[in-house]
Design a protein around this ligand. Structure first.
Ligand code: DAK
Length: 258
């Protein structure tokens, strides 16, 4: 399928999705969200893809949902169509590792989509925020909840209630992003991280992601039990045998994703 509002490219086992509405600072319209969902479902089904990078351009990851598109929406229309629900769930549900490489603005829905990814690598010009309150609404794609879990109550309240933006350094200090790099090193760094992940056993990486995510929904004791069961199950795989044999034999492992 040819896409209008995203670009999908491949670099070995890494797929790169670039949101591509530069004139609107990559504002998320329905078509872009549909295309993103379509691309992710195809990448999940494609065994040759082990990691995905989601990115924008140097000025914007995404400056939020398209305000011009939704300004005239009404409650019943939103309720019945559930505008983004099915499509943003695609990012949330995506089972392979996905990295957000963020330069420039990641605001509103843009920040929410970045937070749906497994981790965020930020360029030093990145700006994060949930400015919906300036528009007379509040975050609606999980921003209040994911931000809370990522950075705690004080900053979540500050960002959601004042609508201010947080720069890359503040976002790193707060734990929202895993690393900050110079803008001209963003994609290189994201690709290196993605290639490293893609070089691991694909099912083991997927189970690791699943286990970390499960922790959001469980008590510590349940989470630890969940982790232990999946850890034990890994000893049924070829890749566990190979990984440990390779260490003992002082060579690189050759994972077969099984
Ligand atoms: N929507 C539509 N167009 C946008 C946009 C947006 N979010 N952000 C920027 N643009 C457009 C501008 O209108 C402008 O278009 P033209 O006037 O040239 O046609 C172009 O991008 C360049 O923007 P600026 O001229 O404003 O550029 P500046 O560098 O001066 O300012 C800015 C950059 C990012 C500070 C500014 O553009 C800005 O404040 N943008 C809006 C940021 C924002 O409020 N974001 C939150 C949007 S609300 C839902 C769940 C969730 C949501 C919706 C529904 N459901 C469950 C139903 C999410 C809501 C949101 O994200």
């Amino acid at each position: 399928m040819a896409y209008d509002d995203i670009e999908l490219t491949r670099d070995g086992a890494v797929a790169i999705i670039q949101m591509d509405r530069p004139k609107a600072l990559n504002a998320l319209n329905l078509n872009m969200m549909k295309e993103l969902a379509d691309a992710l479902s195809k990448l999940e089904a494609d065994d040759s893809v082990s990691c995905v990078i989601l990115t924008g351009n140097e000025k914007a990851f995404a400056a939020g949902a398209d305000i011009k598109d939704m300004a005239e929406d009404d409650y019943l229309g939103l309720y019945k169509n559930d505008r983004f629900e099915e499509n943003h769930m695609a990012t949330e549900r995506f089972r392979k590792p996905i990295i957000a490489a963020v330069a420039g603005y990641a605001l509103g829905g843009g920040c929410e989509v970045a937070m749906m990814c497994d981790f965020i690598i930020a360029a030093d010009n990145a700006k994060f925020g949930q400015p919906e309150i300036n528009l007379g609404v509040m975050p609606g794609m999980g921003g209040t909840q994911r931000m809370l879990r990522a950075v705690g109550k004080a900053k979540t309240m500050d960002l959601c209630l004042t609508g201010r933006m947080m720069d890359a350094d503040e976002a790193e200090r707060a734990g929202l992003v895993s690393r900050v790099v110079p803008l001209d090193k963003l994609m290189e760094t994201a690709k290196e991280a993605a290639a490293k992940i893609a070089s691991q056993s694909q099912p083991i990486a997927m189970m690791t992601k699943e286990t970390v995510e499960a922790g959001f929904e469980m008590s510590l004791a349940q989470g630890i039990r969940y982790e232990r069961r999946l850890f034990q199950s890994m000893f049924t795989t070829h890749d566990q045998k190979e990984g440990m044999a390779a260490f003992i034999e002082k060579r690189k492992p050759h994972f077969k994703n099984r």
